[in-house]
Design a protein around this ligand. Sequence first.
Ligand SMILES: [Zn+2]
Length: 206
Amino acid sequence: MTDASDPLLSGYRRFREHSWPEAKAEYEALAQGQTPHTLIVACSDSRADPALIFDAAPGQLFVVRNVANLVPPYQPDGQLHGVSAALEFGVKVLNVSRIVVMGHAHCGGVNAMLNGTPDSCSDFVAPWVAQAAPVVRMICESLPAEDPGRLAEETVVRLSIENLRTFPWIAERERAGKLTLSGLHFGIADGTLRALNGPGRFEPLA
Ligand SMILES: [Zn+2]
């Protein structure tokens, strides 16, 4: 990473020149430990970055990103569960008071649930999105929607929240009023968030 035209290198240099002097004390304090208020499960998509959307400072958000913002069900079987490991650490060690699942418009991962994965992605993407594909397809086939893609993206957010509740230590904390679970959908083209309300509908966030 030595090419001056490399966007990562030039970005790092801007960070060091402009952001670091102001944030130095904050980072030094954060080196003692983190106390993020919220754990966010978001998509890996480069256009839906939680830290930018919530204008968050370092240390505020504990972010888990994966293809299609999926939370698999609780399955403590000794296998390699990256999402579940992050949830366990965020909830049990960092004691976050809120978990937010944020889906987004034009999600390629959700689209793959409806229309199939690219042939080149059969090793991991296909089985990863397959965990939610049957539910998403069933909902999209049974509910006529102006925008099936958006309905599918909203369905994935609902499903991820349902799966969060299969983790006993999440469900217990939610019942005890120590943890809240929320769902959001980010519209890339208009920069707005819509929130999942009690009756299960997504409405614009004021
Ligand atoms: Zn996505």
